[in-house]
Every structure is written in C-alpha cells, then in structure tokens.
Design a protein around this ligand. Structure first.
Ligand code: NAD
Ligand code: UFG
Length: 338
C-alpha cells in the first residue's frame, strides 16, 4: 500500500483528496499548520470513510519535523496542497506569500530528496495563464502573473521544472486548477473561507443561508454571453480524482509536466447564479457593480491533454456542483465552527 504525504491536508481541496485516496487504497498522512483550516476535518474524514488518517500539525518551514515525518511514515509520494491563496491578501502581504508558498515548497523538496522520495503532485492554478489571448486554454500557452499569489505559483512551477532537469529521479505533475467548487456529497466536508469570501460560490452560498445580504456581480460589460465574467467551474470531487490519476502517471521518464484541470466548459456569473437558484430553490439577490481590478473576461480549459495523458475527464455538471455546494452550506451554515 502506498503512503502519500498530503501537505495542507485539512484544507478544502486536500480533505476531499484524502477521502478519495483512502477509498482507493492509499494511506494518506496529513500535514497542516491549521492556518486556514480546522482539525475537526479529520473527524469528518473519518465519518465519511471509516478510517482515521494520521495527522501531523506543523509548518513546511519546520524542516526537522518534515524529516521526522518522512522517516516515521516511509512516504512514497507527496501531494502538495499547502499554500496561501488569497489574491488581494498576497498584494498586501507579499513577503508572507513568497515565504510560505515558494520557500515552503523549496523546504519540502529538499526534505523529499534527502529521503529519496521524488514523486510530487503540485497544486498549481490557471492563474499562471494570466489574461489569456484565446480560450480554451492549452498547457503550452504563454505564462504570466499579475499578483504575488500568481507569481508564487509560477515561480514554484519553474523551480520544479528546473529540479526535474537537474535530477532525472524527479517525477512531477503540475496541476493547473481552474475554479474548484462543490463539496463531498455527504455535506460533511466543504469550503469554509475565513471572513467575507473572495470567491463566487462561497459568496453565493452565504447569501443563500442569510449570512450575507446581496451578491455584487463584478462587471456587466465584458464581451461575453451576458456581459459577466466566464469561468470553468469544476467539481472538487472530479478535481481530486485527477490527483490520483496523476500519482499513477508518475512513472520513470515522466519528468515535470503540466496538466489543466477544468471541464472545458465556461459559465458566466449570471448562469452560475441561475443554476444555484435552481439547485437550492433560494433566490439570490444581486446587483451589477464595477469590474474587480485584475479580473479577466473569460477563462476555460482545454481538457484534451489531460484526458489523453492521464485518462481523466470531469464527470459532474454545473447542476451537481451547485447541489453539492448547497448541501454543504445548508448542513454547515457557520462552516466548521458550529
Ligand atoms: P485551503 O486554504 O483550504 O488549503 C490549504 C491548506 O494549507 C490550509 O489547510 C492551510 O492551513 C495549509 N497551509 C498553508 N500554508 C501552510 C504551511 N506553510 N505549512 C503547512 N500547512 C499550510 O485552500 P484550497 O482551496 O484547498 O487550496 C489548496 C491548494 O490549491 C493551494 O495551494 C491553492 O493555492 C491551490 N489552488 C486553489 C484554488 C481554489 O480556487 N481553491 C485554485 C487554484 C489553486
Ligand atoms: N465574482 C463576482 N462577485 C463575487 C466574486 C466573484 O461577480 O463576489 C465573479 C468574478 O468577477 C469572476 C467570477 O465571479 O468573473 C469568478 O470569481 P472567483 O473570485 O470565484 O474566481 P477567479 O476566477 O477570479 O479566481 C480563482 C481563484 C484564483 C485563481 C483563479 C484561477 O480565486 O486564486 O481562480 O484558478 F488564481
């Protein structure tokens, strides 16, 4: 049985990955500093799977602790989710973002190499495509970033690509997520952002439960189907299944390769609101306001490279994403706090 270190293991996406890993016979070991998640997540994972995964509370900068984790658990591979992810915050706290996301990853890879563990799946982002000239986006399109968060992802991609050139033992998958949404069908785990949500789905869901009053739609004058921004929303359960496929693809000669994780289908903000209303039966009050600085018109993936190389395609449609996101929010109106 293969043991997988899951950094950021109690976070939104990682917690879903841990469920899938357990269901598929892997032994995940969770590592998280709880800076943006709760240890209660471990209980919820146990409630879903019947298995209580090992959890180590710690920070990536603690090299001694990381070394002891590799020694104790005999780690075969790593899925590296740990990172800070709020774009606006990254502008205000650039030092912290680079230290956490870039230096944290360097520390991790240093400990991995010392432990003779060279298989790594990294959580990257479609943000590395900047403002794409055309859609759908393919992996070979030009890369750029407009804020410290995006640059930290781009830097880590470049570092990992250089590592793979420097030592052919490395087998690295860079997974570029589009817009992860939804939750496990049980409603026991899901996204629980701190404070006022930055992202569309958590905002809509908190309006639906009455925590927030009204959604601001950022911009109604884009060149899109209805003037609002278009994104490729992907169900988190689909997303994490691709991670398991990527782990299996990390054979010799893999080197460092990038894979888009999206459905290939873009939806506008107004289309998402409508789908959420249909799934929940709750009307979402909204108003169209100014564009948000740094936002782009449209972003959606070409999923073809990932389909042919990893044998993976997203299965869930927008209605299922909305249903499951709503189920989580309804069962946990205060997130994990309650
Ligand atoms: P999340 O905040 O829920 O999970 C990240 C976890 O990492 C948190 O539990 C946090 O406590 C932990 N963490 C952060 N820094 C750490 C450190 N130095 N040491 C140990 N633990 C640390 O976020 P998420 O949405 O699950 O995102 C997971 C990854 O996917 C991140 O790297 C993020 O940048 C990337 N990503 C997310 C999205 C998205 O929209 N959610 C899109 C693209 C990429
Ligand atoms: N939006 C609103 N109102 C809101 C929030 C969002 O109208 O309150 C709109 C945005 O303008 C955009 C769409 O909804 O058109 C999606 O916005 P999100 O903030 O949910 O997602 P983004 O595509 O802007 O960014 C997300 C992550 C980034 C990541 C990027 C690419 O937040 O970290 O996807 O993966 F880099």
């Amino acid at each position: 049985m293969s043991t997988v270190l899951v950094t950021g293991g109690t976070g939104y996406i990682a917690s879903h990955a841990v469920v899938t890993l357990i269901e598929q016979g892997f032994t995940p070991v969770l590592f998280d500093n709880l800076s943006n998640s709760k240890s209660l997540v471990v209980d919820r994972i146990e409630a879903i799977t019947g298995v209580r995964p090992r959890f180590v509370e710690g920070d990536l900068s603690n090299i001694g602790l990381l070394e002891s984790v590799f020694a104790e658990f005999k780690i075969d591979s790593v899925i590296h989710f740990a990172g800070l992810k709020a774009v606006g915050e990254s502008v205000r706290e650039a030092q912290r973002y680079y230290a956490n996301n870039v230096a944290g990853t360097l520390a991790l890879t240093q400990v991995m190499a010392a432990a003779d563990c060279y298989s790594l799946v990294f959580s990257s982002s479609a943000t590395v495509y900047g403002d794409p000239e055309t859609v759908p986006i393919t992996e070979d399109m030009p890369l750029s970033a407009t804020n410290p968060y995006g640059r930290s992802k781009l830097m880590v991609e470049q570092i990992l690509s250089d590592l793979a050139v420097s030592n052919e033992n490395w087998r690295i998958a860079l997974l570029r997520y589009f817009n992860p949404v939804g939750a496990h069908e049980s409603g026991l785990i899901g996204e629980d952002p701190n404070g006022i949500p930055n992202n569309l789905l958590p905002y809509i869901a908190q309006v639906a439960v009455g925590k927030l009053e009204c959604l601001s739609v950022f911009g109604g004058d884009y060149q899109t189907v209805d003037g609002t921004g278009v994104r490729d929303y992907i169900h988190v359960v689909d997303l994490v299944e691709a991670h398991v496929k990527a782990l299996s693809a990390l054979a010799p000669e893999h080197g460092c390769q990038a894979y888009n994780l999206g459905t290939g289908q873009g939806y506008s903000v107004l289309e998402v609101i409508k789908a959420f209303e249909q799934a929940s039966g709750v009307e979402i009050p909204y108003k169209i306001v100014e564009r948000r600085a740094g936002d782009i018109r449209a972003s959606y993936a070409s999923p073809e490279n990932t389909a042919s190389k990893l044998g993976w395609r997203a299965r869930y449609d927008l209605a299922a994403m909305m249903r499951d996101h709503w189920c989580w929010q309804q069962r946990n109106p205060q997130g994990y706090e309650a």
